[in-house]
Design a protein around this ligand. Structure first.
Ligand code: CP3
Length: 365
């Protein structure tokens, strides 16, 4: 029997329609999953949350895996994103934080100077191994093909340097990112005492995130999503001067692990042409930009993920169906579209409407 040679650009046999779409290869139908598909809108998650804090769930592999698996199976989506949080790497870096009810994350001693950045540790990333353990459980659970013959995609994730730095520096969520931008701009003033703070912070984040992503890939993540949720707060010039190089470096290192990278942010239409310079395989689109326009801005060399407004999940069925079909029509069956929301599912979203979207994609995608 002659050996069949598979070109390197073709996904290996058994790979999922989700991974194939990330690589812009033809698929039998559009793959679908949702940002924040395991979360407070889902009664199964709230039942687990009754007995565990958010961080407990994240740090207990069996529970994090269960939450991940339950959401993916209940919704019938094509990919499972590991249940974790963007800020977990802060702990081994020596930065304490907590989730305060109604306020979101709080970092008690925000990073505001070169001395603070110098104190951050990069030698303890192995302490994040609980996320990889959870991925191992999820990957094992979804190892076999599903009824339709497709294998579920396993998504690992981490924050992008800018978005993580913004939480470190602001000490929590922010509106204007004043301290973050001050530290960024200080790097353009060689005489400033904090001139070296931003580049050193970027370097340290890249070191920890690379190791963290490698753990996730080794554990079975098929794809890594890099969340730059708040990059939309930056002008194109500031993004180019202070964030493009570190983000590109991180994405380059993750792609070298042999997995596609999805790069996601909100309010990013003006940044999309620059985002495509990072080398990411897939760019996430928020709902403000029509999908075809967003794809044009991103360029034909990348796949796109999106971009239903998460609040449309509260609309009557006829509106929801029209919006879903509109997005599929704008994608126009080009290889490289992954259906998703433009941002995460919010608490209070009717689960049935989320499932309805999955059914619509299975019918029309
Ligand atoms: O299925 C999934 O996608 C869930 C896994 C997940 C969580 N956080 C769990 C979580 C993911 C992918 C994240 C990423 C994350 N964390 C981001 C980027 C994603 C985005 O939406 O752009 C950010 C900015 C964070 C930081 C964070 N975590 C904030 C700002 C908050 C508070 C939000 C709020 O509404 O209170 C969290 C808490 C959090 N992380 C929750 C979940 C399910 C909700 C709180 C809870 O269960 O107690």
């Amino acid at each position: 029997m002659s050996e069949i040679l598979v070109p390197a650009s073709v996904a290996p046999p058994g790979s999922s329609r989700f991974v194939r779409a990330c690589l812009r290869q033809p698929v039998d139908r559009t793959p679908v999953w949702f940002l924040r598909q395991a979360g407070r809108y889902m009664p199964e998650y709230m039942a687990v949350r009754k007995n565990h804090s958010l961080l407990e769930i994240c740090r207990t592999p069996q529970v994090a895996a269960e939450v991940t698996i339950t959401a993916a199976e209940r919704l019938g989506v094509d990919a499972a994103i590991i249940f974790a949080d963007l800020l977990l790497p802060f702990t081994p870096m020596g930065l304490d934080f907590e989730f305060v009810n109604g306020e979101g994350p709080v970092v008690h001693q925000p990073v505001r100077s070169l001395a603070h950045v110098e104190a951050l540790r990069t030698d303890r990333a192995e302490e994040l191994g609980y996320v990889a353990k959870a991925i191992e459980i999820v990957a094992k659970h979804f190892e076999a093909p599903r009824a339709d013959g497709d294998t579920l995609g396993i998504i690992g994730f981490c924050g992008a340097p800018f978005t993580l730095a913004s939480y470190m520096i602001e000490g929590g969520s922010s509106r204007n990112y004043i301290d973050t931008k001050k530290l960024m701009y200080a790097s353009s003033l060689p005489g400033s005492p904090d001139a070296k703070a931003w580049p050193l912070l970027m370097e340290k984040l890249i070191a920890v995130l690379t190791e963290y992503a490698q753990q996730q890939v080794n554990a079975g993540a098929d794809v890594i999503q890099v969340f730059d949720s708040w990059a939309g707060a930056l002008s194109v010039s500031d993004y180019r001067d202070y964030c493009l190089a570190p983000t590109t470096e991180l994405i380059k290192r993750i792609r070298a692990m042999g997995v596609p990278v999805i790069y996601f942010g909100v309010d990013t239409a003006s940044l999309l042409p620059t985002f495509s310079e990072t080398g990411a395989d897939v760019l996430g689109l928020d709902w403000r930009v029509p999908l075809d326009e967003g794809w044009k801005l991103a360029g034909s060399g990348v796949a796109v993920q999106g971009n239903l407004d998460p609040i449309t999940l509260f609309a009557p069925e006829s509106v929801l169906e029209a919006r879903v079909k509109e997005i599929l029509a704008l994608a126009n069956k080009r290889p490289g579209h992954i259906f998703n929301l433009g941002h995460g599912i919010v608490p209070g979203t009717p689960v049935d409407n989320v499932i309805k979207v999955v059914e619509l994609i299975k019918q029309h995608g």
